[in-house]
Design a protein around this ligand. Structure first.
Ligand code: NAG
Ligand code: NAG
Ligand code: NAG
Length: 398
């Protein structure tokens, strides 16, 4: 099943064994006194070193426990006991660090880029037109549609089409389309956040609320969790090594919102992109299926800037039916109660795909405070537009 709702909390509290090779006191007692004294002094100095470590290690538990969970980036990249970086990795590392430490170009007119990924026409153009109305200086719109000839129902979308190519479900062409949208939207230096939406998405809040939610935070909303099961790490190929190790492989829903620095990193990346293009495909040898759109972004951000992403999506999808594709809401499902339900969700849940089906829940945080998780929801049938427009308008969302 493709299903994930959002991201896990890092609940890997491994209990390290600190006092390894100390033999039982019963054996010690039979030894000469000097051994007891020696052991005593060694223990004191070990405890002393632990309490008063050399300065540069004060903040690094990895000084004692070289677990991979300790400081993943700094540690594996810089530790002399690990391999050297390849030239490509070194280049990539330098570029990414520079981008992350450079504030984006200042704009007097910050905008959100709404990037629609759709196979053909957008069924909810009229709905979005109402949503955007009155906020002309605060948004821009981009549409990647494999079928250009379809035309638009709203003038807002009239000039929004970008050059598009065919997108095949689960293939790298999906990631290519996402990057194409980013590359187009990035050219406008006013754009600070880049939201990926599908044709079946609707907004759950009014424009101002969504604008502030995205603009007044410095994280990207990228769904990311560790799934040790067949639909998670089971899709990993050893050929992604050494740049992407099995333990670094992550999963998440494709519907992201990226801040400007992160969008640039994705545009600049060839190292990880190439790995996923080659080794994360449907129907690979060994009957392996890998879907790059569910793994590329989560894995890259987990590697390069784990603290910079929220580990969850801001787009609700209902996977509760347990099928390959999420539930699609029909006219009879649309009600005030449904919208209230979706906007009251404040925890996100990830379930692993192994037989244990471990459920990880996390509170959705916004700048450290608990908040609703979702700003958008999918999937809605095109025929629901009329009812949706009445409802969202009554709720002052559009
Ligand atoms: C976001 O900004 C806060 C301060 O406003 C800072 O503490 C935090 O480290 C920043 N996070 C990132 C990922 O830049
Ligand atoms: C996301 O997960 C990573 C690693 O699992 C963690 O370091 C980071 O703090 C998490 N981000 C948030 C906002 O919880
Ligand atoms: C709202 O959520 C409740 C509890 O999760 C559920 O039982 C109910 O069916 C939902 N109602 C709608 C209209 O989706």
């Amino acid at each position: 099943m493709k299903g994930t709702q959002c991201a896990p909390f890092p609940r890997h509290h491994h209990h390290h064994h600190r006092g390894g090779g100390i033999s039982s006191s019963a054996t010690l007692i039979r030894r000469p006194k000097w051994i007891i004294i020696l052991v005593f002094f060694i223990s004191i100095s070990v405890i002393g070193a632990y309490i008063f470590p050399p300065r540069q290690y004060v903040y690094s538990p990895c000084y004692f426990f070289s677990s991979p969970l300790c400081n993943p980036f700094g540690d594996w990249k810089n530790s002399p006991t690990e391999r050297d970086l390849t030239d490509d990795e070194l280049n990539s590392d330098a570029v990414i660090k520079e981008i992350l430490s450079t504030p984006p170009v200042e704009s007097d007119n910050n905008k959100i880029a709404f990037m629609f990924l759709t196979p053909d026409t957008l069924p909810f153009e009229k709905l979005w037109e109402k949503f955007f109305y009155g906020h002309e200086d605060k948004y821009s719109v981009y549409v990647h549609s494999s079928d250009h000839k379809s035309g638009h129902a709203s003038p807002i979308f009239a000039n929004a089409d970008i050059r598009s190519s065919k997108v095949e479900w689960g293939k790298i062409s999906m990631v290519d389309a996402e990057r194409r949208l980013l590359a187009n939207a990035f050219q406008n230096t006013d754009n600070q956040h880049f939201v990926l939406l599908s044709e079946s998405c609707i907004p759950l809040y009014n424009f101002d609320r969504i604008y502030r939610y995205l603009m007044e935070t410095n994280v990207s909303f990228v769904d990311c969790f560790h799934d040790p099961g067949p639909h998670g790490t089971g899709r990993y190929s050893e050929r992604m090594k050494p740049e992407v190790k099995k333990k670094d492989f992550r999963k998440g829903s494709q519907w992201f919102s990226l801040k400007r620095q992160h969008a640039l990193i994705i545009l600049a990346d060839t190292l990880y992109y190439t790995k996923f293009k080659k080794y994360c495909q449907p129907s690979m040898s060994g009957n392996k299926n890998c879907y790059a759109d569910e793994h590329y972004l989560p894995t890259v951000f987990n590697l390069i800037d784990p603290g910079g992403i929220a580990n969850r999506s801001i787009t609700y999808v209902d996977w509760s039916e347990g099928k390959w594709h999420p539930k699609t809401f029909m006219e009879r499902d649309i009600s005030k109660r449904l919208v209230k339900n979706l906007t009251s969700i404040n925890k996100c849940v990830h379930v692993t795909s192994d037989e244990k089906r471990v459920e990880e829940q996390m509170h959705c945080l916004w700048n450290g405070v608990q908040s609703p998780c979702y700003l958008f929801a999918r999937k809605f049938y095109p025929q629901t537009q009329h009812k949706l427009m009445n409802l969202l308008s009554n709720l002052a969302i559009i």
